[in-house]
Each structure stands twice: as structure tokens, then as C-alpha cells.
Design a protein. Sequence first.
Length: 239
Amino acid sequence: MGEDSSCVRILTYNSSMTMLRARIVLIAFSLACALVFPLHAHAYGQGSYYSQGSYYSQGYYQSYYQGAYTPASTCSVTLYPTSIPNGATSTLSWTSANATTMFINSVGYVAVNSAGSAIVSPSTTTDYSCATTGTGGAGSYAASLTVTPAPMCTITIDTNPIQRGNSTTVHWTSSNATGFTITTLGSKTPNTTGSTPVSPTQTTDYGGTVTSTSGNSAAGSQTFDYSGGTTQSYVIFLR
């Protein structure tokens, strides 16, 4: 009976030592992995996601990973109004975040991570899109300003001056206009070409005036209106 008890104690001791050795080997292996592979990085959106660490659980170390997100750079451009007639102005505003550079088409490089503005008055429709670069990635934003051509008119007279009692012909044309009037002849259809014979009895003005009105709504109920006109005057002198 004594010998059996001794055998049981020896087997129990050996089993405990085996489990202890196995646990020590597992802990050592986990520590080695943590030293050999200390950092894991994963792509996350347009930024970087990274960190390292370990914690003790159930008698051995396990690796865990957590980290900080580096956001991509962003930019924004607004124009008020977004459409103007030739000769008018618009306010260009911009802002950026998480950027190392910011470029605006038709403007150039501007200060980053801050707001800015400028008054622009291009003669044609112009692109003001922006682009940024940054540690977390690039950003972009599309914007453009529509420019309506200026109204124009032309008036010509076949014979000038003329003798009293004779006649001549007045010719006209207009473009980019919403309204067109000719002194003495009155209102004419804009953006067309026309002519009419005239026989004035005294020196007479046949000047033409075109107008253009553009409206653009922005920021809720605010409306920008511009009226511009050009005039070309012709006077028939009598001899």
C-alpha cells in the first residue's frame, strides 16, 4: 500500500511538471512572437491604422492591436454667385483640413488648414477646382464659375448724311442680350439681325442699346442681380 501511494505521488508530480513546462514554453513562445512581430499596420480608408501591445490571459501572453486613424486631407471651394455676366465679380472661398498642400485651379497654391477668399472676375467660364495632399491621403473638390458673355449690338446706316426727302436703310444686330432698343425705332427683338428704311426730316439719332440681366440664387433667399448695357449711337445728318 505504501509503495502504491509513492507511485501515485511520483506520477502526480511528473504530470504537474509536464504541464508547468508546457505553460512555460507557451509563454516564452508568445513573448518571442511579440518581440519578432512588434508592429502590425493595416490600410484603413485613406489613412493609416497601426499600434502594438500584449496582455496576460489564462497563464500566457496574447498580442493585441489597436491604433490611431490618420484622416485624409480635404478641401472645399465655393463661389458666390456661381454664375455672372462678363464684367461682374464673384467671391471665391476655400478651406482645407489635414493637408500639407492645397492647389486651386486658376489661382495656384494657397495656405493650408485655414479658410481664405478672393474676388474673381474672369471673362469666360473658369474652373476653380481644388486638390490637397496630406499624410493620410489626397483630397479634391470640383467647382467652376459660369460667365455669360457681355451683350453687344451693332448699327450701320447705308448712306449718311442724306438730303432732305431722301431715304436710307438702318441695319442692326445684337447678341447675348435680353433687351434691345433703337432710339427713334423703339424695341427690337434681341439676338437677331434686322433692317428698315428711314426717311427722317431732320437730323435723327438711331443709337442702339442692349441689356442683359443675370440672376443667380445662393445661400437661401439671397439673389445676385446684374444689369449691364452697351450703346452704339448713329445719327443721320441732313444736308
